[in-house]
Design a binder for this molecule. Structure first.
Ligand code: SAM
Length: 400
């Protein structure tokens, strides 16, 4: 290459006709050396760019230069494309693999992720006969997205070694790898009235935190068949985006055991990392949720009055303040509104309904069926079929 370019280079014409042309420069001449010094860095740059491309680390703007038609489709699920980087980025987190970090402040109730599953399977044991055909029907991009996700266990036989290289593995090995990934990343959803596990490549990068430490809530939209993830709290730029994989209203030891069992990791979230005394205090509060709610629920059986039920609901609400666990507020306010409605206390019912609408919108979006139903109830309270259907009583509104 160096020689060709040198030969084609225009030489200065001599003004003396009898002057001989200088001999061709050989490869050790200063001219050819300078070209080599240009070519080597160029080759290194091209190789480095190729390497970044292969390892999904290349900034999106440069990656476009290297795209072929085949890569275009798979890039739909490529990590770079999964985030527009205006809200969050995918980064390596110490001890947790990858995770999502807010690249700007995110307001409580903001929609963070909206995503359709790349595959769904029944929420039970996933046999090879069921999964293999599903895997074969995935596009190249979906396969790439699926196989890039994390797993902690593979269903391989005791002495079986599994080739993890997607390019050379057998269909059986592909099944084992995909099964492990689905178990680790699948999200429970409803489809045609059946409980299934869906894989959502963006959502799958969200790490877990317990109790007050997570800042996102997710909701499945049955009609749209897509997952929505909302900010449960205001999130600051640089904070990790976190959801809860389990019901974390239980003592630390139980939470850690459950996460280890189901997802194969020892939780190191801020709630699980509290010093012993603080952790015991936190456990004491978290374990009060269930008995307090059970006490409230006695109203449904007529075992306590509406006034007593609302008093208990206010205790429950106070517990959400004390623990920072706010995940169920929408539903609990809705239940309190129902108590007030049934006892004909319209003023309290409206107060609870407004609170329920606020929290349901934060948790599931203001256009969700749950939010719309609550708004409908508020707008049509007079026509509620159960209005004042039990003894009329001033039950009381929210104290918070
Ligand atoms: C659904 S994936 C989350 C994204 C994952 N970190 C990745 O790199 O793709 C679940 C896995 O993330 C890791 N993980 C999630 N939350 C964690 C936590 N609080 N502490 C330690 N590891 C965690 C565990 O390896 C877990 O099996």
């Amino acid at each position: 290459m160096a020689k060709t370019s040198k030969k084609s280079k225009a030489k200065p014409t001599s003004s003396y006709s009898n002057e001989k042309s200088p001999p061709e420069a050989d490869s050790d001449s200063p001219e050819s050396m300078s070209i080599i010094w240009l070519v080597i860095p160029l080759l290194v740059a091209v190789f480095y760019a190729w390497y970044l491309q292969q390892n999904q680390n290349m900034p999106a703007v440069f990656s476009k230069l290297f795209k072929t038609e085949a890569v275009e489709e798979s890039d739909l699920y490529d990590l770079r494309m999964l985030t527009d980087r205006t809200m969050f980025d995918v980064v390596d987190m110490e001890g947790k693999g990858k995770g999502l970090i807010a690249v700007r402040d995110i307001k409580q109730g903001e929609l963070v992720i909206q995503e359709k599953p790349i595959l769904t399977v029944p929420d039970e044991d996933i046999p090879e006969s069921l999964l293999s055909p599903i895997l074969q029907n995935l596009t190249a991009g979906q396969t790439k997205a699926l196989l890039s996700l994390s797993y902690t266990r593979l269903k391989a036989a005791k002495d079986e070694t599994v080739n993890l290289n997607p390019k050379t593995q057998t269909l059986h090995e592909r099944y084992l790898l995909a099964e492990g990934i689905i178990v680790n990343n699948g999200v429970g959803i409803m489809h045609d009235g059946q409980r299934r596990l869906g894989v959502f490549p963006r959502m799958a990068r969200l790490n877990h935190a317990c109790a007050s430490a997570y800042n996102l809530a997710y909701a499945w939209r049955v009609d749209e068949e897509e997952l929505r993830v909302y900010a449960l709290k205001d999130i600051r730029q640089g904070d990790e985006l976190l959801i809860s994989y389990i019901d974390s209203r239980r003592p630390r030891e139980e939470r850690i055991q459950k996460l280890q069992q189901a997802y194969g990791f020892a939780c190191t979230c801020p709630t699980c990392s509290l010093p012993t005394e603080k952790s015991e205090h936190s456990d004491g509060l978290l374990t009060q949720f269930t008995p307090i709610y059970t006490n409230f629920a006695r109203w449904y059986k007529g075992l306590i009055t509406g006034k007593e039920a609302i008093k208990i609901m206010n205790e429950l609400w106070q517990l959400t303040v004390d623990t920072g666990y706010v995940r169920e507020r929408g539903r609990w306010a809705q239940e309190a509104a129902y108590v007030a409605t049934v006892h004909g206390d319209e003023t309290s019912a409206r107060q609870w309904l407004r609170l329920a609408i606020k929290w349901m919108a934060i948790e599931t979006g203001d256009d969700s069926p749950k939010s719309s139903n609550l708004q409908f109830t508020l707008d049509n309270l007079h026509d509620h079929p159960e209005l004042a259907s039990r003894e009329r009583m001033e039950v009381g509104g929210p104290i918070a």
